[in-house]
Each structure stands twice: as C-alpha cells, then as structure tokens.
Ligand binder design. Structure first.
Ligand code: EPU
Length: 440
C-alpha cells in the first residue's frame, strides 16, 4: 500500500544486477568446483536460478561476505560484515551434471534459458522445458536455438521439453563447434547463452550483432577470470576462442542499473534529493540525459549518483532500443513520470510488443495515455489518484508503486510477487527515503 509521499531524502543502494547475477550463476556450471559470487541480490529470480542449479546437481548456499573466499586453513577470522551487507553466493559444481531444466522452475522464469548454453557445453545434451517468465507478448527463443544449431546442436520438442543434443549422425556425442554466429537481433540472453557455450566449444566462435549490455560485459569478465579467451565483449562483435577446461572463480556482480533507475524515477515523481550510492553512471547515459531533459538534476559525486527534483517534470519523447539506447526496462518508470509531467510525450517500444500492460492500470489512476501498437501518447495530468491496481510484470509493477507516490489517496498494488522477482525490499528502501510504502 502506498500513500502520497515526498519529498524523498537519503541514500539508497541499488544492489547487484539481476540480469547479470542470473547469467553468472549459470556460467558457474561451465566448470567443476567452488565459485563465489558477491553482491548477488536477494530476490526471487535468484532463488529460482539457485533451484535450477540444484536440479543439475550443484550446491548453492549463501555465506557471510568474505567468509566464503577465506581458505579453510586460514587462521585469520573474516572481518565482521555490515548487518545489511549482501551475503556471498557459493556455487559448488560437481564433475557430473544432470542436464535437465525442469518445467516447475523454467515456467516461473524465462531467463532459465541461459542454462542451455552451459549444459550443452558441459554435457553435450540437455532436456529443457520451454521458458515462461514475464507476460509481455511473445518471447520466442529461436535466436538461441539457431545459434546452437550453427554450433552443431540439434533439437526436438518432446512432451513440452526441448531435447537438445550435440552429436554426429550416428548419435556419438561431440563438443559444440566454434563457428560464425550472426544473431538476427542483438538479443541479450542469446548473446549470454552463446558466449557461455563458446567458452568451452572446440575452436573459435565469432558472435556478430551481439548485445552490448553492461551485463554481457560482466559475464565476459567472469568467464575470462575462469580462463575463457574472449575479445570484444561490449561491442557488436565478440570473438571467443574455446578452451577445454575452465576453472572456478570469484566475481562481484555489477550494480543493477534498472533498480538504480527506479530510485531516480521515485525522486522525479515524489521530489526531493537522493543519492544512489552504487550506481554505475556510465551504464545509464541515455537515461540520465532523458531525466535531465525532464528537469531533474542528476550529478555524480564521491558518494554516488545524486538526483534532485523539485517542481513539475517536463514531457519528452522517447523510444526504447537495445543498449546503449533507452532500455525497455526503464520505460514503465519513464511513462509514469510522463503521466504527471507538463506536456505531451510520445513513447515508442521497439523491443517487446505487449509491454504496455501497466498502462491500463495507470489509466485507472487517472493517467491520460493512449496506445496504438508500439506507440503511446502520454498527456501529463497534474496529479494521479490512488486506486487498487494490479502488477502485470516486474517493471510494470514497480512503476505502479512509484505512481502511488505521486497519487492522491491510497494505492494498493496487488501481484507484488512480480516485483519481488527483481527488487530487494522495494517497500523498505522507499520507506527509508521517507516514502509511505507498506508491503502487506
Ligand atoms: N527475441 C526473439 N527470439 C529470441 C530472443 C529474443 O525474437 O530467440 C526477441 C524478443 O521477443 C524481444 C527482443 O528479441 O522482442 C529482445 O529480446 P532479448 O532477447 O534481448 O531480451 P531477453 O534477453 O529475453 C533481457 C532481460 C530483460 C530485458 C531485455 C531487453 C534478462 C534475464 N532479461 O531479456 O529484462 O528487458 O533483455 O534489454 O537479462 C527484466 O529484467 O525485467 C527483463 C525483462
């Protein structure tokens, strides 16, 4: 439940990036042994990925920060961790894996598909339920499958599962083979998937039209620390020279740019001055430019990204694009800000056809938004009015919480479990900044 709030004041941490942590966890399967990931957010999607890893035979546990990195024979005790410091995630991967991703887990999270690359690379086969996840339009995995086919895998759909194999015509098991993979679209998770598989394929893989997201670069860094040979991550052409063996490693997850953006948008809507202490400003260029055009003052200081907003926001036009464009994940927050801004903003969604579902809920709160296919016209109103609304998906749900900050009366967002897929205690963190948000 959210009541009109503001101005907000204080400091908040974005925490580790969901869309990096999930891929790093999958990447652990590429090597037997004990991996340690730090700054892994405590969110539902991480729990689902941990269960998926367990289903393959891995052990996944949280430990005190720093404690897991200390060797068992070390005499020095680990320094006490700050009470709110995120625990390390320790992933112990056995020599033999069970190459299965079960329906009960995959249907809860579309990102499960990133296990396909590591399982094929490690086991030469995988039994994989077709993915589910956010409900915003058709989200096929043809680009993933096409890339693995080019690397020598074949697929069959049997009883709702994809049965994947890498073998010759006589059915003898083989390794994935490095080759040139041209992605039809710079799909984020397809790039992650091929990158992981290529790290242990035979020969060199070149990924053309690769996604350039910071989380892809984070994954490449982790893989390189395991011994992978990767060039060009962060550009549209990634070259991976496959190696026979990778070694377990440790890695700190980069901060979540979408969570950081959520807190910046909260300031835009409620006013005030807030510091997001772990935001990576270089990952958020286009967003910061848009927030500036809307009238927010955002600057980088020694303590982090400082955002200030007073008075009414101005409308802007925007279009989502793959990184470094304005991320589709930011759009629900930006549309919510436009809903109360001065003027008219035209928003174009270029990635996911159905990603305007939260708009119907914003309309129930008095927003003046019309949509036509990939476009939305948002006419700003002075104030929204609180209402019971339903979170349609993760980012849409977070946007409705933010909308409640700028609405008269009470807003109750149902389906809050969608929001918990990607946010660590959003209600608690907004409350700590002075907002009136309660998780019931
Ligand atoms: N697409 C295909 N075929 C494929 C793969 C993608 O047609 O095989 C299409 C999709 O249907 C969509 C477009 O390509 O229209 C973009 O999809 P992409 O594959 O890039 O998205 P994704 O990898 O499935 C990741 C994030 C999303 C984020 C998008 C776009 C993860 C786990 N998910 O999804 O994050 O919106 O990239 O940047 O990394 C979220 O965090 O809430 C979230 C949905």
């Amino acid at each position: 439940m959210i009541k009109p709030s503001g101005p907000l004041h204080g400091t908040v941490r974005a925490g580790g990036a969901k869309n990096s942590a999930l891929k790093l966890m999958a990447a652990c399967l590429l090597s037997e042994g004990r991996h340690v990931l730090s700054n892994v957010p405590r969110i539902k999607d991480v729990e689902i990925m941990a269960d998926l890893l367990r289903a393959t035979g891995a052990r996944v546990e949280r430990s005190r920060p720093g404690a897991s990195a200390t060797s068992a024979t070390s005499a020095a005790p680990a320094a006490p961790a700050a009470p709110d410091a995120p625990a390390d995630l320790v992933v112990d991967v056995p020599r033999e894996l069970v190459p299965v991703a079960p329906y009960e887990l995959v249907e809860q999270m579309r990102a499960s598909v990133v296990l396909l690359g590591p399982l094929l690379a490690r086991c030469g086969e995988a039994r994989f339920s077709l993915p589910g996840g956010d409900d915003f339009g058709s989200r096929p995995i043809d680009i993933h499958l096409g890339a693995f086919e080019a690397m020598g895998a074949s697929f069959e759909v049997v009883h709702g599962y994809i049965e994947a194999k890498v073998g010759d015509t006589r059915g003898r098991r083989q390794n994935l083979a490095g080759t040139k993979v041209v992605l039809e679209y710079p799909s984020h998770t397809a790039t992650d998937n091929v990158l992981m598989a290529a790290a242990r394929a035979k020969g060199t893989t070149v990924i053309e039209n690769a996604a350039r997201e910071p989380e892809v670069v984070d994954l490449a860094r982790f893989l390189s620390s395991m011994g992978a040979r990767i060039k060009g991550a962060g550009t549209s052409r990634i070259e991976v020279e496959g190696v026979e063996e990778l070694l377990p490693s440790s890695h700190r997850v980069i901060p979540d740019r979408v969570v950081a953006a959520t807190y910046l948008a909260a300031v835009g809507l409620a006013g005030g001055e807030v510091v997001v202490e772990d935001a990576h400003v270089e990952h958020m260029d286009m967003l910061l430019r848009k927030l500036g055009e809307m009238g927010m003052v955002v600057s980088l200081g020694p303590e982090g990204l400082r955002a200030r907003s007073d008075g009414r926001l101005h409308s802007v036009d925007l279009a989502t694009l793959p990184y470094p464009g304005v991320a589709t994940d930011y759009k629900p927050f930006l549309v919510t800000m436009l809903a109360v801004a001065d003027g008219v903003g035209i928003v174009t969604e270029n990635l996911f056809a159905g990603r305007f579902r939260y708009v119907e809920e914003l309309r129930r709160m008095g927003a003046d938004i019309s949509t036509e296919g990939h476009h939305a016209v948002v006419r700003g109103v002075p104030r929204l009015s609180g209402a019971p609304v339903k979170a349609p998906d993760l980012r849409g749900g977070a946007a409705l919480v933010l909308a409640g900050l700028a609405a008269e009366g009470e807003t109750v967002v149902s389906g809050a479990e969608h929001v918990e897929r990607g946010y660590e205690d959003l209600a608690g963190k907004l409350s700590a900044l002075g907002a009136s948000v309660i998780r019931r």
